[in-house]
Design a protein around this ligand. Structure first.
Ligand SMILES: NC(=O)c1ccc[n+]([C@@H]2O[C@H](COP(=O)([O-])OP(=O)(O)OC[C@H]3O[C@@H](n4cnc5c(N)ncnc54)[C@H](O)[C@@H]3O)[C@@H](O)[C@H]2O)c1
Length: 256
């Protein structure tokens, strides 16, 4: 059990059916938030709700494709209808990187990835902030960027563009809504052991022993819960004077 940092708070976590989103939803529930699990994977999302409830937490599932404005609006409304308000959101859902160099990138995949990772994150902020403004009591948003939001990675043009964009959008929203005590920050994870990372390793024929030391000063991949801890601090009132910034939860990758 963790310190109840989110007692009485209502939180949306997108992409919470697996990986870091799942770990974040579970940690937030331990911290006593009421958590909306928002994902387009209904089966896995509902399973996460059941696990949280079994552990004594409170959660509900809403099916959403974050690239669809109407669905995102309904996601926020679902949180309000179910739990009465919204205090916190972690905009985490994203598609995985492409695997082609710039001169060959797949334009259809570019469109889909940008629609989810960049516009989808913007849509989430749009409707979450509308709700915060309506409530008049501030709020905290955590957008999940990546080391790819700060450094180039090969064969990843759309993903790198989107994750740089997430950092920029975070600063814009922080600037515009700071006066209303709406804080907007991001977390930029390094190599975290999730289905997304495992898929990328398989795709590029890499193994953990050789690859982890290139990506981490700690010589290991991170665990999803280690990212969830950073999001928890930013989401909670413990970080009340922090906005418009990024926590680099990357085991020193970007400091090298
Ligand atoms: N895994 C890593 O090493 C790593 C590193 C840096 C940043 N990130 C970022 O962290 C976040 C989580 O990554 P992960 O590895 O846990 O991913 P993951 O692929 O394991 O999980 C992503 C979740 O998002 C959901 N999702 C995808 N598109 C969606 C959409 N359009 N609408 C709603 N839900 C959608 C999926 O169903 C899934 O549950 C992402 O933003 C990712 O870019 C991951």
């Amino acid at each position: 059990m963790t310190f109840p940092l989110l007692e009485d708070k209502v939180a949306i976590v997108t992409g919470a059916a697996m990986g870091m989103g799942e770990a974040t939803a579970k940690l937030f529930a331990e911290a006593q938030a009421k958590v909306v699990i928002a994902d387009f994977n209904e089966e896995k999302g509902k399973a996460v709700v059941e696990e949280i409830k079994k552990a004594g937490g409170e959660a509900a599932f809403v099916k959403v494709d974050i690239s669809d404005s109407e669905q995102v609006q309904k996601m926020v409304q679902f949180a309000v209808d179910t739990y009465g308000k919204l205090d916190v959101a972690v905009n985490n859902a994203a598609l995985t990187p492409d695997d082609k160099p710039v001169a060959e990138f797949d334009e259809d995949y570019w469109d889909r990835l940008i629609a989810v990772d960049l516009k989808g994150t913007a849509l989430c902020m749009k409707y979450e902030i509308q709700q915060f403004v309506k409530q008049g009591n501030g709020g905290s948003i955590v957008n999940i960027s990546s080391v790819s939001g700060f450094r180039p990675q090969p064969n990843n043009i759309a993903y790198v563009a989107a994750k740089h964009g997430v950092v920029g959008m975070t600063k814009v929203a922080a600037l515009e809504y700071g006066p209303q005590n709406i804080r907007v920050n991001s977390v930029a994870p390094g190599a975290i052991d999730t289905p997304m990372l495992r898929g990328a390793l398989e795709q590029f024929g890499l193994n953990e022993e050789e690859y982890a030391p290139q990506l981490s000063l700690l010589n290991r991949f991170g665990q999803p819960r280690e990212i969830a801890e950073a999001s928890l601090w930013l989401a909670s009132d413990q970080s009340s004077y922090v906005t418009g910034t990024t926590i680099h939860a990357d085991a020193g990758y970007t400091s090298r």
